[in-house]
Design a protein around this ligand. Sequence first.
Ligand code: AMP
Length: 415
Amino acid sequence: MRVLLLGGGGREHALALGLAGDPEVEALIAAPGNPGIAGLAELRQVDAADPAAVTALAVEVAADLVVIGPEAPLVAGVADALRAKGVAVFGPGGEAARLEGSKTFAKDVMAAAGVPTARAYSCTDAESVAAALDEFGAPYVVKNDGLAAGKGVVVTEDRVAALRHAAECGRVVVEEYLAGPEVSLFVVTDGEAAVPLLPAQDFKRVGDGDTGPNTGGMGAYAPLPWAPSGLVDEVMASTVHPTLAEMRRRGTPFAGLLYVGLAITAAGPRVIEFNARFGDPETQVVLALLETPLGGLLHAAATRTLADHPPLRWRDGAAVTVVLAAEGYPGTPRTGDVITGGDRPGIIHAGTRRGPDGELLSAGGRILCGTATGPDLAAARDAAYELVDGVTLAGAHRRGDIATAAVEGRIALPG
Ligand code: AMP
């Protein structure tokens, strides 16, 4: 199988590791890729959000499967263009990707499908925002309606800050605050059959103890020793299958990766958000534990044969990833600094590039992450920190508490 992988972040480096490790994958081409992916794939340049350009590249490289990493090409309809050309693609079409592309659309689908989620209002003016904030009370949750690279959500006790964020965004969804630990559940689907991966937890806030602003994610671990038993089956029944059925009913089946972001509240699991692609950095830990070859799994989802795919096999133990971020992130990051220690196994590249002499340079907000497995969560965490702490980059920062509360048994389920 010849596979074309679109994207160039940490998620795509993790996908590339999985795809390159699949004996059925004879050629891996990545566009644009990154310096970490360069060791695993042939790199090509393409405007990933241009459906015609991606289709031309897929035909040129004779791809049997295209895997779309990021959300922007999905929302831009790249998967539709590929399917129209008869190319097997892992990723939903543009209409189905609106589950991520528009919070209002996602809420509408959830309501129609009876999916348990936070009560919410879609608002476009200051008056309706204020009314919604006052109905739900603090903490206030205000979400930009459109794509915002994981940074469009403000959760705050400060009513003025909530109003300011709404004014900056235009259309927003204001919703009730969901209290409880968060879970990211990835589901591989061909539109009808659906296979859950291991639940993971990520760390959205920039600072230790979940302080500071939201980021794209500062670390992750899997599996979740504290998760209620039966959680995955419950979410498949309450959320995933009803959502997939509603998307089929609308004539826009969702095929690809349905990312279900959940809060485990006193009343049970509630959806915080849907995404239409693998999450970053949870992908790094989930795929580190997946033993089943990745290319075959994604190909089955892309060719509507997932019901015939054998059950997934998982490695024993646990995986942890710790993100190293540039100075300034999640604001404007400092870039162009030399990174040392970044070219080691287990280091997953996200925001790096090669300088003229082959040196590794910082080129983004989240620079790289150290990803390790171990016989248990504590061992995996220690190994991930050892990896990431072997990297030097001026001004860089990382969280010090990734997976620590889980290792110490301090995650309490409400109720
Ligand atoms: P989202 O982009 O929708 O995942 O939101 C980013 C982060 O904001 C989530 O991972 C949560 O930590 C937080 N968040 C979003 N919606 C809610 C909510 N209704 N209640 C509590 N926290 C939320």
